[in-house]
Design a protein around this ligand. Sequence first.
Ligand code: NAP
Length: 256
Amino acid sequence: MGRVDGKTAIVTGGALGIGRESCLLLAQHGAKVAVVDLQDNEGKAVVEEIKKSGGEAAYWHLDVTDEQEVKKIFNEIKEKYDTIDVLVNNAGIAGDNKPTHELTLDEWRKVQAVNTDGVFLCTREALPYMKQQKKGSIINISSIYGIISAPDIPSYHASKGAVRLMTKTDALLYADDGIRVNSVHPGYIWTPLVEDLGKRSEGGVEAFRQHLDSLHPIGHVGEPKDIAFGILFLASDESKFMTGSELVIDGGYTAR
Ligand code: NAP
């Protein structure tokens, strides 16, 4: 028996990285997965992979910052699968690595639009369905940088701090409705997002990866599956007593 048998899960940013791995693992454990992303080819490839292994999934193109589209697509997903049991608010961007005094308002807002507005819009759309069902699990992907900070990418750290507290507020607001809301705080995970940061770094990708490895007491960066297993746990009823919590999966980064 799968750990999330019969549940419907929406994973935003499900085409690549942590989202992709989460889609595969949730499907492997019995969930029907709605993969939503901007990257259509990669998103459809995730669906094909799930179907080939006997799982159930479908892809929707969705920009999580588009209020009307979020409404439309969540409605389509509900029509197709009948329930929305799990929402993984995973879509996120890193933004420009500039100090605060050099950031433009547009650069700042671009990151908040995806990383916080997107979480708000998708959560708001899923809540009425979950309230009706009297159950649901919302999993917000924050970061170690939602707990501690670093002297870089100010807009990203601000957005992930916001997601941490949005999680706790919604956990309190909807506990009576049987809806659990938790945040996940990954350390550095080797995904296209992080590789892209490496490409933009002075010393190149390999030096960047070695530097990141050294930041984690465990000796290396994580892989998407490390986070996907945490997401699977929060999606499943194994975590039924957990809400408003922070699941830190960071190779010891924040333990210092
Ligand atoms: P990734 O490899 O870049 O994958 C994220 C996916 O989300 C991409 O396909 C991306 O498309 C998509 N996306 C971006 N903006 C979107 C939008 N507006 N609407 C829908 N989809 C959108 O990222 P990742 O590293 O797996 O990160 C996933 C989440 O984990 C993010 O919230 C990130 O902040 C968080 N996180 C990551 C790490 C890490 O080290 N990787 C650490 C802590 C937290 P595009 O390629 O077109 O942007």
